[in-house]
Write a protein of this length. Sequence first.
Length: 456
Amino acid sequence: MKRLVLEKTLPGIAAALLLDDRLVAFWDFDEIGEQRATDAFFLGQVSSVDHRLGAAFLDVGAGRLAFLNAKDARRGLAADDKVPLGRLLSNGQRLIVQGVREAEGDKGPRVTTDLKLMSFHLIYRPRGDPADRLRSVRGAHRQQLQDRANELFPQRSVILRKMASAAPDDLLQEELRWLERKFAAVENAASKGKVGPLQMIDPLEHILQAALESGPLDLIESVDPGLLSRARRIFSERLSYLELELESLPAGRTAFEQAGVEDEVERALDREIALENGGRLIIEPTAAFVAIDVDGGGRGALDVNLAAASEIARLVKLRNLGGTIVIDFVDLPTKPQRLQLEAQLKAAFRDDSVPVDIYPMSPLGIVQISRARRGRSLDALLTRTCPSCEGNGRIASLRLRAETLFRKMIEMPSAVVKVSEDMGSYIGSLGTRFPYAYSIDATLPDGEWTIEKANR
């Protein structure tokens, strides 16, 4: 069974996708914190053009300057690859850009001028060339989708997504009109000249689009009636041809607790992951790349490697690990075995929503994977650098610590609560979303709080 669990959190919405009770995807949207960059539109202003780097830096109202490389600038501006960046962009110039990668560390977000609006069935490039359609569509239905796109939208740069195969023509045409209205609103906001975000992402719609990308859902469940009502309305208005069951979970415990999501997330973030029937994975993210070691645990080399390949693909997609990933498999003595493993790995990543390149195994049993970075990793969403060990460890994020305190306060609304200074700052940013009284105790370690029953 494929089910989506929706959770209302203090700062926004979280969701988990489970396939036969195994966690395969997780989303966490903070609606009051730092503006999410990926897929969002901004009016940017060129701060500088670095000819040596072949890139420009833009103020997009995100605090740190956004990075726009020459390729991303040329494609959206319909310029030839040989046109110097300095002829396309100049200091002070303003233009609409879209986020493709989140800010990380001291680096700002990465943006592009190749604008795309996504819906359940379509990807619309308002400034794209219709001849470019279907470049990113992969799979058995490629030609069928291309022929249908050519027939329905001959003058538009539209890519049909997998779900379009089951959707009627009139729904697809209405969806394009809806996307065109959305982009008109973006252009109208940009015309006012204020640098910064132009359109906020609807977290629930984004989650539903991503969850449906791998096929229909059997069930959506949540404790929150508002989330279920919004999901029902989206399906009624935009996905009426799909059958879906929505289930309201009993109050008293979170949806994630009732669905076993919290345990699944904890296992997914472990450094060591046990494989079924023996063996384990050791996952070590570093600044330069992600290292994954396959420990055979006494199993046959090919057997454990094939099992590891499927689990590695699940965890890489679930944890949203990007950049260079280096896997140290158990050595395989023959070329046919290495080719079999390579085929298994490619099959396991075939339905990945972001570009992935898998390179042949080296003589030492090393496989390198290059996976595009899209959004924050699961580690970054749910954990933060430990302030006590100079960055060598990870601890629960302030958001998770506040969620735990919030649930305690529901049970003990009159309790006396003391929080650390950083917790107090975070809870203060939530405003009325955290309606309980608390005081700040500067002696408490970062991220900590205490709760005691009030004296009567």
